[in-house]
Ligand binder design. Structure first.
Ligand code: PMM
Length: 295
């Protein structure tokens, strides 16, 4: 059974006795499940505060959609979307992560109060990212990534997806360390849905231990993703379950990820997951107690 963390948590992150809940604030027009809803910074700020009230331990603010086929947003526009939201939520005392592939955005977001840099490219998209992460000392989410969203579907070819993702993440970690990033800044993420089929995603979730074994905190971001829509497709028509109706399945993935030792789960609907991770913590606590008492 996986429970007490086997990793050192980067400085500045909340210390919890359970899996952390990261709420998603997409300041975008085209994210697959909530694009356009919080595009206005004022609405995004209100949404971030509402996520805290529902149980988010931290929020991830992003200004660029990464859904399959998405086109890049210009840097100026990304800054315009993200900075006011990061600034206000950090000022309200929240732990804020900035979801960006651009070093300039990461740097300015950290100046505005972001505590974490979440880069879906793991530093591959922008060669200046490693330096910014090293200089700021911010915790850095290194997601497994093989290429930009516009052509990631053709990159979903693996010999053994678990072994290949572990090997490719290890190469990224080594490159970041060589660039001056400290090991205890790093958080790993399997990159569900990024150049991965439904089968690849399930294989990675089923073997999350292969990632936690690398000794760093692991972030799981399955929320509302297509592979859940496929799993729950209408048996008659074959139509995928719509993105907004995948939150119960997301909470189930959150519970199982927490049980498997994930440091945090990144979700759109916070309430179900906030309950789920508390159930897991109580269950694990009782199991430890039972072992101590020789039951
Ligand atoms: N997925 C999305 C965006 N950001 N960040 C991390 N670390 N891991 C992910 O899997 C990830 C991410 C895409 O989903 P969204 O459109 O719901 O934000």
């Amino acid at each position: 059974m996986s429970n007490s963390p086997s990793f050192s948590l980067p400085a500045g992150l909340p210390r919890l006795d359970r899996c952390a809940v990261m709420g998603v604030v997409n300041v975008t027009l085209d994210s697959f499940s909530d694009g356009g809803l919080w595009h206005d910074p004022a609405k995004a700020i209100a949404h971030g505060l509402a996520l805290r009230a529902r149980g988010a331990d931290l929020v991830d603010v992003g200004g660029e959609s990464t859904r399959p086929g998405a086109q890049r947003v210009p840097e100026e526009e990304e800054l315009r979307r993200v900075l006011p939201v990061v600034r206000e939520l950090a000022a309200a005392g929240m732990v804020v992560s900035v979801d960006t592939m651009r070093a300039s955005v990461a740097e300015q977001a950290v100046e505005a109060g972001a505590a974490i840099v979440n880069d879906v490219s793991g530093g591959l998209a922008d060669p200046a990212m490693a330096r910014v992460v090293a200089d700021t000392g911010a915790p850095f989410v290194v997601m497994h990534w093989r290429g930009q969203s516009a052509d990631m579907e053709r990159l979903a070819v693996y010999r053994d997806v678990v072994a290949d993702v572990v090997a490719e993440l290890t190469v990224r970690v080594d490159a970041l360390l060589a660039a001056g990033v400290k090991e205890d800044q790093l958080i790993l993420d399997p990159g569900l849905g990024f150049a991965k089929t439904a089968e690849h995603n399930w294989a990675l979730l089923g073997r999350l231990d292969a990632l936690t074994a690398l000794g760093r905190p692991v972030l799981v971001a399955a929320s509302r993703k297509r592979f859940l829509g496929t799993l729950l497709a209408d048996p008659q028509s074959g139509a995928l379950r719509p993105a907004r109706e995948r939150d119960d399945a997301t909470a189930a993935v959150s519970a199982l990820s927490a049980q498997a030792g994930a440091w945090a789960v990144r979700v759109h609907d916070v309430s179900g997951t906030a309950d789920a991770v508390r159930v897991v913590a109580a269950w694990q606590h009782a199991a430890r107690q039972g072992v101590r008492e020789g039951l």
